[in-house]
Ligand binder design. Structure first.
Ligand SMILES: *[C@@H]1O[C@H](CO)[C@@H](O)[C@H](O)[C@H]1NC(C)=O
Ligand SMILES: *[C@@H]1O[C@H](CO)[C@@H](O)[C@H](O)[C@H]1NC(C)=O
Ligand SMILES: *[C@@H]1O[C@H](CO)[C@@H](O)[C@H](O)[C@H]1NC(C)=O
Length: 181
């Protein structure tokens, strides 16, 4: 009996992520985090950022799971935005994308993705990438019929990084507290 409890205890310890200690009187529910040892490590409280997973590109197709919803939209009245560490790759675009300032050249990162990601149906599409910089909206990544139909995002992509080392994710930032405006 004791052994069973002991084993159960071990299993729960392994599978249940550690919740963080309270912040004042407020619970900090998983996956929110206050440090390296609790919550979800993809949330970095000291750098005011967290990374979410980009939506699946449906297997063997080139559509985003979010196509019907227009892509990713953050509420503008909340203190989160899409950080400038994201390189966004757009696939299966319409010709009119070429009028945009995005990088749709044959050396674009999206071409590397198309060549290397075997599960993806995005092959030889008109595709582009851009760095999410401050000159564009920090609240949405748009996909639509008539525009680009699939996207993914890579955090801290550096030139020369091989595709299998890319860190897929969408890094969101929030405003540090107590900053005077
Ligand atoms: C890309 O989009 C077009 C037009 O919506 C669609 O017909 C085509 O199947 C898409 N390509 C792939 C690989 O899914
Ligand atoms: C497009 O991106 C690639 C990869 O970063 C870069 O080598 C190339 O110079 C860019 N081309 C344009 C036209 O910006
Ligand atoms: C996004 O949020 C960060 C942190 O709050 C801020 O420094 C940055 O200026 C914001 N960018 C935009 C375009 O709002």
């Amino acid at each position: 009996m004791f052994l069973i409890y002991f084993l159960l205890g071990l299993v729960t310890q392994v599978s249940a992520p550690d919740a963080c200690p309270k912040c004042g009187s407020m619970e900090v529910p998983y996956p929110l985090s206050r440090g390296d040892t609790c919550g979800d490590p993809s949330i970095n409280p000291s750098a005011y950022k967290l990374v979410i997973e980009p939506p699946m590109i449906q297997k063997n197709t080139c559509y985003s799971a979010e196509l019907a919803f227009g892509g990713l939209k953050l509420a503008e009245n909340l203190p989160f935005n899409i950080s400038t560490h994201n390189t966004v790759l757009l696939f299966n675009c319409s010709e009119n994308i070429l009028l945009s300032p995005l990088n749709c050249s044959s050396t674009s990162y999206c071409k590397e993705y198309e060549a290397e990601e075997r599960e993806s149906g995005c092959k030889d599409t008109l595709c582009c990438h851009f760095l999410k910089d401050a000159s564009m909206t920090q609240y949405r990544i748009r996909v639509r019929v008539g525009g680009c139909r699939a996207y993914t995002s890579v955090v801290d992509l550096k030139p020369g990084d091989p595709v299998d080392a890319w860190n897929y994710g969408i890094e969101l930032q929030w405003l540090p507290p107590n900053l005077p405006f």
